[in-house]
Design a protein around this ligand. Structure first.
Ligand code: ADP
Length: 746
């Protein structure tokens, strides 16, 4: 009996000594061994031992092989192994961190003894002859290892971002679950939408619900248009657009009138299908009669937009900018911009549109997916040549020509913040419907791809925002007629791996720092550190391609050193805004990583842009009256309640009129909806229209934005969490700067 007791006790003690971590890492310890491809690893200098052989090791080597190697296009995700690039990769020390990572996995799962032994060695015993110190360090190391479990990432739905994501996870020494995991992960990386994995109740997902819908061309145009009604000067960076088919008549009439007024004006328009991407279905027209309105018997949903006739050219070629933006949080609103982006070049010299060249896609459309099929497309290992280049190399070149790139960059930041402010209200409605307050669910973040064109006068123009920007770090190349291979693309890897890795760093659940702390850190004196960081030599996280591109990266320093001045709703010369990374933006175990390539722009510039967030306040009001959890539309009773609660009805505006208003607006929005099966009720956009109408009735003879601000104040929303945008707006009105209206017809 007592012997049995002793045995049991020993067993319990052994289990304890095997560490809390195994327990903490979930019930699926075995499953992990089979699925974890990249495990957490100490820096190379800390753990020089050769790798242990595990299943994870096999996965890792596979990853290496197919990552760098050419791949014959068979199916979307099929990968074959061959080629030269993999040799570069496997020879490069920095990439081998995952080999070392295998050990760390063993350490975590093993006994304290094994772990201590390694730490002892790795911490350089010979440098610390005192045994006590050594032991203290060993203990500290053990405690640290026990305390910090690696961040877990479910990559099973990552799709085409998988390669860049794997590299990022490896650099961070986090733990990947390529086949998913039964226990919850810290981060879920989805390739398409919030719903790629269902039933996530904790952690963070890299997609917001509703983002795809919100950023379709029609919805984006609508959201920006609402802001243009309120703030026409601030939102003049989006070309005039009409929604098809419903505004076809309006479009034709307006164009006819313009031409009648001035016969010399001959504008061009670009027609883009609503759900289209990669240039699919896009065409240019000069006359409304050339609109193709039908697909079979169905009316085509599309946007027809003013065509920017005079873009800035480099080497006589039109190009656009792809900028990566992290929407870190909706509430509070947090926006980060990647300091480095891509530029995509046309492959046929640009000429202003004429009837003859309207169909020349290689001249007018900058899409990579189209131009890659042109004989003139140049794949380049350099970041500053070829048909895809880094943004910094382009800015550098413009600066060399005397262009004020500080101003360009500042205008781009303003464009990004304003566009995000335009789409956030609707996103908040989707968010509360999907994850109502009080319901367990994940939090969300998302990387967005902003496509921006620079006009000849250097004004940035928003073309579109992609909810799923391509994160591929390889490109397709036709090796023989009909035979395509994927080959590594240095410029893509340089930019995209940085963006994903630093997004993960910012989303690290162990990252305790608040936005406020981040904000404070920006004002520390070492703000130029990043410039130095980028200029100096390599680090253990640099890939071979990155190393090759190091020289080119110096141009980024140039961009990083940009500065400008923010005024309300925009940027001007004057006050300095450092464009380098957040200097203190690392947790202690991120020591060897480069500075963040993502720069916080909001809430950092709240003061300058907060007054624009009027519609968000209307959305907060809308959400407040939605009532039922999961609802996205306001019923007639809820609308009446809103009117009553906010005391908007009186003898001049009876409740019967309220009902008529509700029916009228809801019917119009339902009829004009781009969704085939429309749900009954009043959506946010319709509610905003009703709100504008009510504001106009109540506060006649003021500009619309003042009417809206006044009505919001009147509605007095103590429970509304949105910022005091109306007060900001009033302040802004007092300080209002000069007119900013720019002519899109440059
Ligand atoms: P898609 O989602 O299909 O790529 P975009 O809106 O990005 O659609 O348009 C495709 C390309 O057409 C852009 O990359 C740009 O080169 C060109 N383009 C789009 N809109 C305009 C515009 N208003 N003026 C000039 N060029 C435009």
């Amino acid at each position: 009996m007592s012997e049995h007791y002793v045995k049991v006790k020993i067993h319990v003690e052994q289990m304890k000594s095997f560490g809390v971590d195994a327990e903490k890492q979930g019930v699926d310890a075995e499953e992990e061994e089979e699925q974890v491809a990249v495990s957490s690893s100490p820096p190379a200098s800390v753990s020089p031992d050769p790798p242990s052989i595990t299943i994870a090791g096999r996965d890792v080597s596979n990853t290496f092989k197919h990552r760098g190697k050419n791949r014959i296009k068979m199916g979307k995700d099929d990968k074959n192994i061959c080629g030269k690039h993999s040799l570069d990769v496997s020879l490069h020390g920095g990439r081998n961190v995952n080999k070392l990572g295998l050990e760390r996995t063993l350490h975590i799962k093993g006994t304290g003894k094994i772990l201590q032994g390694k730490n002892n060695e790795n911490n350089g015993v010979s440098m610390h002859p005192s045994k006590n110190i050594q032991e203290a360090r060993r203990e500290d190391g053990f405690k640290l290892a026990r305390k910090r479990r690696p961040v877990t990432v479910d990559t099973s739905k990552a799709k085409t971002s998988l390669e860049a994501l794997k590299l990022s996870i490896r650099q961070l020494k986090w733990k990947e679950f390529p086949l998913g995991r039964r226990a919850p992960c810290d981060i879920y990386w989805h390739g398409v939408s919030f719903h790629d994995n269902e039933n996530i109740v904790s952690g963070q997902v890299n997609k917001f619900p509703g983002m795809i819908e919100m950023l379709r061309k029609i919805n984006l145009s609508r959201a920006v248009r609402t802001m243009q009604e309120l703030f026409p000067e601030e939102y003049d960076f989006y070309p005039r657009s009409w929604i098809l088919p419903e505004e076809c008549q309006q479009f034709s009439t307006q164009i006819r009138m313009v031409k009648e007024n001035d016969a010399s004006v001959n504008p061009t328009f670009i027609v883009k299908p609503d759900g289209g991407s990669q240039g699919d279905g896009i065409y240019l027209i000069r006359d409304p009669s050339d609109l193709k309105l039908m697909v079979g018997s169905q009316a085509k949903q599309a946007v027809v937009q003013e065509y920017i006739q005079r873009p800035l050219l480099i080497d006589k070629l039109k190009f656009d900018i792809r900028l990566y933006v992290l929407l870190k949080s909706l509430e509070p609103l947090e926006i980060y911009i990647a300091k480095e982006g891509l530029t995509r070049f046309c492959t046929e010299p640009y000429q202003e549109p004429s009837q003859k060249n309207l169909s020349h896609v290689f001249m007018h459309l900058t899409n990579y997916s189209l131009n890659v099929h042109s004989g003139n497309f140049v794949h380049s290992n350099s970041q500053s040549t070829g048909s895809k280049r880094s943004l910094s190399s382009v800015l550098y070149r413009l600066a060399a020509k005397g262009v004020d790139i500080k101003k360009v960059w500042s205008d781009i930041i303003a464009l990004v913040i304003k566009t995000t402010i335009a789409v956030v209200p609707e996103l908040r409605v989707y968010y509360q419907a999907e994850i109502p307050p009080g319901k367990p669910g994940p939090t969300c973040f998302q990387i967005l791809g902003f496509d921006i064109l620079l006009m000849k006068n250097l004004k940035p123009v928003l073309l579109e925002v992609n909810s799923n920007p391509s994160m591929r770090i390889e490109h397709e190349q036709e090796m023989a007629p009909g035979v395509f291979e994927y080959v590594p693309s240095p410029v893509d890897e340089e930019v995209k791996v940085g963006v994903i890795r630093d997004t993960l760093r910012l989303m690290d659940p162990g990252h305790k720092r608040t936005s406020i702390a981040l904000h404070r850190s920006l004002h520390k004196p070492d703000k130029w550190k990043n410039v130095i960081q980028l200029s100096r030599g390599g680090d253990s996280h640099t890939t071979p391609i990155q190393a090759k591109c190091r020289l080119k990266r110096r141009s980024l320093c140039f961009t990083s050193a940009l500065s400008s001045n923010l005024r309300a709703g925009g940027l001007d010369h004057g006050e300095e805004i450092p464009m380098e990374a957040e200097p203190q933006d690392r947790s202690p175990d991120e020591g060897a990583l480069p500075s963040l390539c993502l720069k916080q722009v909001y809430p950092k510039y709240t003061k300058q842009f907060n007054y624009l967030r009027l519609v968000e306040r209307i959305a907060a009001l809308f959400i407040r009256f939605l009532g039922v959890k999961g609802n996205m539309r306001l019923g007639p009773t809820a609308f009446r309640t809103f009117i009553r609660t906010c005391k908007l009805s009186n003898s001049n505006f009876s409740m019967a009129s309220v009902d008529i208003l509700y029916i009228d607006i809801t019917r119009r929005w339902t009829a004009g909806s781009s969704k085939p099966h429309c749900v009954a009720g009043m959506g946010l956009q319709a509610f905003v229209e009703a709100f504008f109408y009510l504001a106009g009735r109540r506060f006649k003879s003021q500009p619309l934005r003042e009417q809206v601000a006044s009505l919001l104040e009147l509605s007095l929303l103590p429970r509304t969490p949105a910022p005091a945008a109306s007060q900001d707006y009033r302040l802004h009105q007092r300080l209002k700067p000069r007119s900013l209206r720019a002519n899109l017809e440059n």
